[in-house]
Write a protein that binds this ligand. Structure first.
Ligand code: NAD
Length: 395
């Protein structure tokens, strides 16, 4: 039986344990956070509930110690938020088999920079998915998870890039989704939809609303709450990414900007059957039934009283591991991104961080991001060499 290791113990990890177990893999789990390993063990096995089917899988070994679960695995899956990628990669690195394939679901932006800098000497195969294939939520920890919706097609990038078609075919069977191979991780970095959607909607719905108080019943919907102003902002951010992709392509022979799907195209392609009205970007968000019921992140500040939560992962993950990476690429090629800059300035103030300073990525907290500059990539020539696998990155 082939063996894989899942890193993480959240929603995505639950789905993967169930699907991989059902598909006949020997599944181990690396879950170092809090008491997750213990809770997963006592749960017994995971039932994945989907509209039309049920999958059941059980992990063979679950541990907070990577030495117990990583050795011998052909496939190692990071089912984690991007801010946990570095610590996880460093923890598992000593135990990875030379032939192991290491992948992130989702990769977010700059995953290849981080993974390559940490695992460079190992020369391993890497892959990443553009998004998590499922909208999923744990029903009972360690026992059951529900898949609320599945995206219809998801981009996969690999390093070396030539392996992407083969990996897309093999992993599609494991994840039970359709995977589209793309030519490089740069495509995933730029076409990372979370970097636009999450900070963009937070800005559209949350800016200037610091003093607003909601009750449980009045918290606005998040995706389905996209108003014309927010849709315009999302469209402007997407257009800036398209301009950037075309400018980069002029300098990077192996990069095809057409693979960087614009936001509207991505939305329609991912949720072809879930969207009732595709007439505009705003209508596509508002009428997407896969987004039904998901609300603006809030925090309780009193009995049935809530304020917007500006520390949410929608900013804490998608700005340093998304927009700031894209902004770093824009700085390399000299393309201006005024709307993206506006959102970063606003988000970093709420996150109490400094990434952008006086129009440059020169803030004091840049080191915690995956901007290319953090990995010594300060010219397009160096970016091209790193993408081609000819240059190592500092760890
Ligand atoms: P989750 O919050 O359920 O799980 C997070 C898990 O990551 C934790 O349970 C823990 O096991 C691990 N983790 C967090 N911080 C860690 C750290 N510092 N060190 C080690 N482990 C750590 O998240 P999820 O819903 O499974 O999402 C995983 C990724 O998929 C995230 O990037 C998320 O944004 C993305 N995503 C999720 C959904 C969804 O529907 N769940 C949809 C789209 C994208």
């Amino acid at each position: 039986m082939p063996k894989l290791t899942i890193c993480g113990g959240g929603n995505a990890a639950h789905v993967l344990i169930g699907l991989a177990g059902q598909a006949g893999w020997e599944v181990d789990v690396f879950a170092p956070l809090a008491d997750e390993a213990e809770r997963l063990r006592t749960g017994g096995g995971i039932t994945v509930l989907q509209q039309d089917k049920i999958s059941v899988g059980q992990a063979h070994c679950i541990s907070p110690d990577p030495a117990e679960v990583v050795s011998g695995s052909e496939l190692v899956l990071l089912a984690l938020p991007a801010f946990a990628h570095d610590t996880t990669l460093r923890a598992i690195a000593p135990f990875l088999e030379p032939s192991a394939i290491v992948g992130a679901l989702p990769a977010r932006s700059g995953f290849d920079f981080a993974a390559h800098s940490i695992l460079a000497e190992r020369d391993l195969t890497l892959f990443g998915l553009q998004t998590l294939p499922w909208a999923c939520r744990i029903v009972t920890y360690g026992q059951a998870v529900e898949i609320l919706g599945t995206k219809e097609v998801i981009n996969l990038a690999a390093r070396p890039p030539t392996l992407a078609p083969r990996l897309a075919k093999e992993l599609a069977a494991l994840f039970n989704v359709s995977l589209q191979p793309v030519s490089s991780f740069l495509v995933l970095t730029l076409a990372n939809p979370g970097q636009i959607i999450h900070p963009g909607i937070m800005y559209g719905l949350g800016q200037g609303r610091e003093a607003i108080r909601f009750t449980q019943d009045t918290i606005p919907l998040f995706y389905q709450g996209v108003d014309p102003f927010t849709a315009g902002l999302l469209q402007a951010m997407s257009t800036e990414v398209q301009t950037l992709a075309r400018a980069l392509a002029a300098h990077l022979p192996n990069f095809d900007p057409v693979e960087v799907t614009p936001l509207y195209t991505w939305l329609i392609r991912s949720y072809a059957t879930a969207i009732a009205d595709k007439s505009s970007l705003q209508r596509a968000f508002v009428t997407n039934r896969a987004y039904a019921g998901l609300k603006l992140p809030t925090r309780a500040i009193g009995p049935n009283t809530f304020a917007v939560d500006y520390t949410t992962r929608y900013l804490a993950e998608d700005v340093p591991y998304g927009l700031v990476v894209t902004r770093g690429l824009a700085e390399l090629v000299g393309v201006s991104t005024p709307t993206i800059d506006e959102v970063i300035y606003w988000a970093q103030a709420h996150l109490k961080r400094s990434y952008l300073l006086n129009g440059r990525l020169a803030g004091t907290d840049l080191a915690e991001t995956r901007a290319p500059q953090n990995y010594g990539i300060r010219t397009l020539e160096r970016l091209a060499a790193v993408m081609g696998g000819q240059e190592a990155l500092p760890a």
